[in-house]
Write a protein that binds this ligand. Structure first.
Ligand code: SF4
Length: 190
């Protein structure tokens, strides 16, 4: 597993604007019914990564305007609670993710929500590049941290290992320290 120094890895250098997958109407990538986009490329190289192929920044297909429009058509369904960004590493694909979250806020405001998974911890992201901070500021709930094989626990809500946390981003930014999402059912193990 790799541990970058602050600002060592940038989306500008690494992102190829590729998408590994898009899954509308998912029930497992956060609260409620969600549209999930999996961006390609990740540098953390966690042992036991759920999908090593997705670490390649050119895995899958280029993100297109057509796909973006499809995602927004799906998001407009009343039953959909929000958008989920997964990877790969969303914060090393900010060109794609910022385009999505900015349009999302223009169209839905706070009436729907945004979740993201990241290999970066919340504290690491606070020391990161402007684009990463901008993306963080648009996210409602962040599931943070590398996947640690020695801490793997498949019973955890929305997480693969016990070091990862489900974070209420707005409250955490306001308070300057991590606030766990209030509906986390296993807070004591976070
Ligand atoms: S952060 Fe996620 S995608 Fe990246 S290597 Fe780790 S498990 Fe794989």
């Amino acid at each position: 597993m790799k541990n970058p120094k602050p600002k060592e890895w940038t989306a500008e250098k690494w992102s190829q604007g590729y998408i590994a997958d898009y899954k509308p109407f998912m029930f497992v990538d956060g609260e409620g019914v969600r549209c999930s986009i999996y961006v390609s490329g990740c540098l953390f190289a966690c042992e036991g990564c759920f999908n090593k192929a997705i670490q390649n920044f050119k895995y899958g297909t280029p993100f297109t305007q057509e796909l973006e429009d499809q995602i927004f058509a799906d998001l407009r369904h009343d039953s959909v609670q929000g958008l989920t960004l997964l990877g790969g590493e969303p914060f090393l694909n900010t060109q794609v993710c910022l385009k999505l979250v900015n349009r999302f806020r223009d169209e839905f405001g706070k009436s729907k929500d945004i979740w993201s998974w990241s290999g970066y911890t919340f504290e690491e992201l606070l020391l990161e590049t402007e684009d990463k901070l901008e993306l963080l500021s648009q996210i409602d709930v962040l599931v943070d941290g590398r996947f640690e094989l020695a801490k793997r626990d498949l019973t955890l809500q929305f997480r693969g290992s016990s070091n990862q946390r489900i974070i209420d981003v707005k409250q955490s930014l306001d308070k300057g320290k991590v606030v766990i999402w209030e509906k986390c059912i296993d807070k004591d193990r976070a």
